[in-house]
Design a protein. Sequence first.
Length: 132
Amino acid sequence: INARAITDCRLAALSRNDTINILEKMPKIAFNFINTLCSRLVEAEHYMDGLLFKSIEERITDQLYKLSKGHGVYLKDGVLVNLQITHQFLADMIGISRESVTRGIKELKREGVIKYMKNRHYVLDASPFKSI
């Protein structure tokens, strides 16, 4: 498994047998585990839809929406994604080249959808974020 954290975190690992034992003995944990797997499956489906049907700009704003869930600061005219992320890191998250992210962000800035504030992405229209 490969993972990349965007903030400090702790990581724990369980063997397959330990995981099965816990799930068999603790139904609430099993239920939450299944819920998480279902959510990840839906997320993977949305990711694939994005690869096939969405523009680069839509994919960038979708990823910023996701990041705002855990790291968004809502202001009067938008939401600040309170993370310092590079174009390369954003590109890796959405499966496109860094150059494409740079062009997409430039276009979104030109359209007035996003701007930078204190080296962070600032989205001017927060209404789609609040429904997530």
